[in-house]
Structure formats: C-alpha cells, structure tokens
Write a new protein. Structure first.
Length: 240
C-alpha cells in the first residue's frame, strides 16, 4: 500500500474539520475509547492530583484526551493543542475549568503558537502517525519536557502482528468505515484512518523512535478488549 506521509499529513486537519461535529458520536460507539485515553493519562505516572504540574495534550481533537488528563490530574494546568480549527471548536464548546487552555496549532508549530515548555508531562493521543516526520515530531515533544518528565504516546500500532492487522482491517471495513459513511455521508476520513494505521510503525519501531530521541525508561503497555494488540501506550522519560 502506497502512503505518502507528507502529502497525507498536509490534508489531515481539513479532513478532521469536515467531520468534527460528528466525531464524538462516532468514537463514542467504540467500546473503551475514553477509558483507554484515561489509562494512557494515568500511565504518565504523575504524583497525586497533579497540583503544581503543567501538562500538554498535543493533538487534542474534540477534547476527549484533554478530559482524560483533567480527570486523572484535576489540579494540573493543561495546555491542549490541535491543528483542526473545527475539532478545536468542538473542544472549546465544552465546560472546562480555567486551568485548561486550548491552542490552534500543528504539533510541529507549537513554538510559533506560543506554546513553550517545560511541561511536567505530555500526552500525544493518535498524533504521531498523522505527522509528516514522526521522528522529528518525537524530538520536538522531547524538547518540551522538563528533566525527568514523561511522554505518553497513545497510538495504533499493528505492523508487527499479522493478526492485529487482520483484526484492524476487518473492524474498519465492517464497522468503522460504514458507520462513518452513514453518519457523515463521506467516509474518506475513516478510510484514511485505516490506511494510516497500516502504514504506521510497528511497536518495536515506535519504541525505538522514542529511544533514538533520547528518551529513557521507554516501555509499551497494552490496552484490553478488541483493541488489545492494536492500541498501545508507549511511555518514555526525558533525561534528568
């Protein structure tokens, strides 16, 4: 399968803009979706309720990953960023405390948008496979971390398992793509989802990218349900 990452990445924000109003309804039909985001937030391993901590949710979409961070660390300051203006509008329309701030920016342009580190933890959910340069994206996130702070990558990764690829393809063509078409009248975003996951790193390569970026204590943890072996949390820490 041919997948032009740079070209596809350039088109991702507009694709999400188009389906932003229906996005929560669609992912709400995915068993465990929000619970798994909460699990990845908890795997940051930050102390207490997050008091005094500054967290970044990059690729926040409609704010579901932001909500996961907020519920896990309710006393933290959270900066949430996304490249899709319409997804961000959906996020901002929800009720948030004053400790949560949203920023419209691509992940690679955060500094230009005024987002500066250091952060005490970063959650990047379903982000890396949408970037034009995955390794550069990991390095950019590393540079935003405080010494010893964790990065949690919550992402699909099926390339290392024939079984996982088969399950992913079956679920996409039997459920995800038809449902996307039924709800939005255009399934192009969900066909992109299927292709982008198949074209993305296997778990071995993804963990290697974090190590190559200089992160330490890198490890992967699984999810449960039908997404076991398909969605993972990969965690690494900035050197002290």
């Amino acid at each position: 399968m041919t997948f032009d990452r740079v070209r596809e990445a350039a088109e991702v924000p507009s694709a999400f803009d188009q389906d932003a109003t229906s996005y929560d309804r669609l992912v709400g039909a995915n068993p465990g979706y929000f619970e798994h985001l909460c699990r990845s937030a908890a795997r940051l391993g930050l102390p207490g309720r997050g008091a005094g901590l500054r967290l970044l949710d990059v690729g926040c979409g409609t704010g579901l990953s932001t909500r996961a961070l907020l519920e896990t660390y309710p006393e933290a300051e959270i900066v949430a960023a996304d490249a899709s203006a319409e997804m961000l509008a959906q996020a901002r329309a929800k009720a948030w405390p004053t400790t949560v701030r949203f920023v419209h920016s691509r992940a690679e342009d955060l500094a230009t948008a005024g987002v500066e580190g250091p952060f005490d933890g970063i959650l990047a959910a379903y982000l890396l496979r949408n970037l034009p340069d995955v390794s550069a994206g990991v390095a950019d996130l590393r540079d935003l971390l405080a010494p010893g702070a964790p990065l949690a990558v919550h992402e699909y990764s099926v390339a290392d398992s024939r079984y996982a690829r088969a399950v992913w393809t079956a679920v996409c063509w039997a459920i995800v793509i038809p449902l996307g078409w039924r709800v939005t009248g255009d399934a192009s975003l969900y066909r992109y989802l299927w292709r982008s996951v198949l074209a993305f790193d296997g778990l071995e390569r993804l963990t290697a990218r974090l190590r190559e970026a200089g992160l330490e204590q890198v490890h992967a943890e699984p999810m449960d349900g039908w997404q076991r072996g398909i969605v993972h949390t990969v965690v690494g820490r900035s050197p002290r």
